[in-house]
Design a protein around this ligand. Structure first.
Ligand code: ADP
Ligand code: MG
Length: 290
């Protein structure tokens, strides 16, 4: 039996762009009840563009963007890349930064000119009991935009909205999962409104939003406790423990090395549709053997 499995799985990497790292997990893939998707970079392209900038202070748009870009300069988060691209397009010159620190699942901070500057999530701002322009925020996040806030010495100075693109292949994948009676679940660190918007566009059955990176694996375990055999797909460092926890951990290729190392299977082409091929091929390979 073994030669068949080996020849099938070798052929797969070439034909479907799959890298099968662990064979027992590939075998389990034929019995999946639910797929848990990370949002950014898996269901969406993961490339953010700045769409709006709002000031809550005497700073103008470019000043807000310059401060935000300075703090984001050493971050590899897709939000950081979006902000830095916009700053560079506007030819803005960044400030000197010291005491750079990333706050996991929340944002990033540093010191500019002796002042503490943060770029953080709406959830963080809400926790500080700071009032902000709900109307603007609701409008943007209702359109599926990710909003981050600029805080200087704990005062709210401005907001930046960024848009990502939903992958057409994500919609097609979820429709096909439904045909096969497999649930589609989203697990994201992003804001609830954005998550709901994206989920609705794609046809996702269940959404967990504002989940901190260290809670992602726990959420996977909770879903498993319902008696579901689950596959988890993600691309970020944050997703590594959740990928390990899932019955089948699938890394989306363009992501980080850490996510790849924790994965049982890697989607080399970053196309969520290749998940369907994994399930079909696992069935075809192993149903023949037992
Ligand atoms: P995801 O599930 O989308 O990968 P993350 O855990 O990476 O979520 O991030 C969750 C939230 O934390 C983001 O939506 C954003 O609000 C905030 N955040 C994380 N990193 C950064 C950063 N470098 N700059 C700004 N905001 C960030
Ligand atoms: Mg991510």
């Amino acid at each position: 039996a073994a030669p068949l499995v080996i020849s099938v799985s070798t052929a797969l990497s070439a034909k479907y762009g799959l890298l099968i790292r662990k064979r027992p997990q590939f075998e389990r893939a034929r019995n999946i009840d639910a797929v848990i998707f990370d949002k950014t970079g898996t269901l969406t392209e993961g490339t953010f563009g700045v769409t709006d900038i709002e000031s809550f202070s005497d700073m103008d748009e470019n000043t807000i963007l310059t401060h935000a870009a300075t703090v984001e300069n050493d971050s590899e988060h897709p939000i950081a890349t979006g902000i830095l691209d916009e700053a560079s397009e506007r030819n803005l010159e960044l400030h000197e930064l010291s005491d750079f620190n990333s706050i996991t699942g929340v944002g990033i901070e540093g010191t500019i000119d002796g002042r503490n500057v943060k770029v953080v999530s709406p959830g963080y701002v809400a926790q500080q009991n700071i009032d902000f322009d709900d109307a603007r925020f609701n409008e943007w996040s209702g359109q599926g935009k990710t909003v981050v806030f600029l805080m200087i010495d704990e005062e709210l100075s401005g907001a930046v909205a960024l848009a990502d693109k939903i992958k057409e292949s994500a919609k097609e994948t979820v429709a096909e999962l439904h045909k096969r009676n497999i649930r589609a679940i989203m697990l994201t660190g992003d804001n609830r409104k954005v998550a709901d918007y994206v989920a609705e566009q794609i046809g996702i059955d269940e959404v967990y939003a504002e989940v901190l990176p260290n809670q992602k694996a726990e959420k996977v375990a909770e879903i498993q406790e319902r008696g579901l055999v689950v596959a988890m797909t993600g691309d970020g460092i944050n997703d590594a423990p959740a990928l390990t926890r899932a019955d089948v951990g699938i890394a989306v290729g363009a992501g980080t090395d850490i996510a790849m190392d924790s994965a049982d299977i890697v989607l080399v082409d970053s196309n969520p549709k290749d998940i369907l091929a994994i399930f079909s091929l696992s069935k075809r390979t192993y149903n023949k053997l037992v």
